[in-house]
Structure formats: C-alpha cells, structure tokens
Design a protein around this ligand. Structure first.
Ligand code: E4P
Length: 227
C-alpha cells in the first residue's frame, strides 16, 4: 500500500515529504479553506515541495461536467504531470470523468461510500476511487474497512484498471485493517503518519541501545571509528 498525505498545510506537507515515503498529496475544499491562502500560490507551492514526480490530487468545486473539465484542464496546465482532478461522484462527475479520460487527464472519484459507486466510477474511467473509511465507521462498526475490502474485491474480480485510494482515517488500527484489504493507496494526515510509526517499545529499545553504547564509548559515534 502506498501512502499519501491528506493536507493543504505547507509545513505538514514539507514534513511528510522529508521524512516519509509518500507518493503524493491529496486535498479537498475543507483542507484548502483551512489554509485561507491564495489558491494558485498554495498549489504551486505544494508542487514545488513534492517535485514533479509525485501525485497531486486537487478537488473540483464545480458541479457541472463542462465546468469540471475546464477546471481540470486549467489545473493540469498549472500543475503538470501527475496531477489528478478529484471529483465527488454524481451524474455530472461521471460525465466529466469520461470526457477527461479522452483528454488523458487523471481522475480520482471521491466521496465514495458504497462499492457500486466505486465500480461505476471505474467503468467511467476513474483512475482512483476514494472511499471514506472513518466517516463510514462513525455510523456503522467496521463499515469503512469492509467497504474498502469489497471495492478491492470488485477490482480483482473484474481486473479493472483503477486503484483504491482509501481516505478519511482516525486511527493507525483503521489504517492497518485497510492495508490488509489490499487497498493500493491510503491518504492520511501528518499526525497519523507519525502515529503509525510510533511505538513505546521502539522508544524503549532505542533508549536502551543509547545507554549501553554511551556506557562504553561515551559521545563517540560509529563514524568516529570508521572515517
Ligand atoms: C480525501 O480524499 C478526502 O477528502 C478526505 O480524506 C476526507 O477526510 P475526512 O473525513 O477526515 O474529512
């Protein structure tokens, strides 16, 4: 499973990009509005931070197919390759997806809460489908993870050319359960990236290694012996 950061915050994106093996950034209108920055400046800065090779998923705020396509074309021009327009699923969104597919622009169909939404999005040509795990779990136990598992299963049954981009997480446990479904990607906050690698046993182990080393070699490092 690949990891992306779900954020519009430049500091968080810099942090995730520097320390974690992320393959891209996803945003949505809520995350963008939280930053209250010039839209163009925000996304060109994100592109600058992650470079040209990582994916950048930007959500449309348009609701009519023609306008969604126009936005996607303009954003692709601004943000280059590895750009994906995020479109919430709707009739107009599906129409836009088919048109964008013809123009070679990547689409992430978002706000997916049911497997049939994902299958129809894939048939329309979406490259990624984004089911919202936490929001489903909030209303039914295990609903989010099970929905992702069903979507991955559909992908395998029909050998469809799309990827699951699981989104909306609260806990590392949810992330782990989603990874076990075979989902191709998960987009998570910087806080959850950090939580996923944090373990008190790891901290204890590192403290023990440091103490034992220092008791014999003091402040010397491995490099002091080998260079
Ligand atoms: C990503 O595609 C979604 O916009 C996002 O992950 C939703 O997350 P939330 O439920 O935390 O708002």
């Amino acid at each position: 499973m690949n990891y992306l950061i779900d954020s519009g915050n430049l500091e968080e994106i810099k942090y995730a990009n520097e320390f974690f093996p992320i393959v891209g950034v996803t945003t949505n209108p809520t995350l963008v509005a939280r930053e209250n920055m010039d839209f163009r400046k925000l996304f060109t800065s994100i592109r600058e931070i992650i470079g040209p090779d990582k994916m950048l998923h930007v959500q449309t705020t348009a609701t009519k197919a023609e306008q969604i396509v126009e936005e996607a074309v303009a954003l692709k021009k601004l943000l280059g390759d590895n750009f994906f327009i995020k479109i919430p699923i709707s009739e107009e969104g599906l129409k836009a997806t088919r048109k964008l597919k013809e123009q070679g622009i990547g689409v992430t169909m978002t706000a997916i809460f049911a497997p049939q939404q994902a299958l129809i999005a894939a048939k329309a040509g979406a490259d990624f489908v984004a089911p919202y795990v936490k929001r489903l779990d909030n209303i039914s136990a295990d609903g989010g993870v099970q929905t992702v598992a069903d979507i991955v299963n559909l992908f395998n049954i029909y050998s469809l050319d799309y990827q699951v981009l699981a989104a909306s997480f609260t806990t590392s446990y949810e992330l782990h359960k989603v990874a076990l479904t075979g989902a191709h990607n998960a987009t998570i906050s910087a806080k959850l990236l950090k939580a996923a690698i944090t373990h008190s046993m790891t901290e204890n182990a590192i403290a023990g290694f440091e103490k034992d080393w220092k008791s014999v070699y003091g402040d010397k490092t491995v490099l002091d012996f080998v260079k």
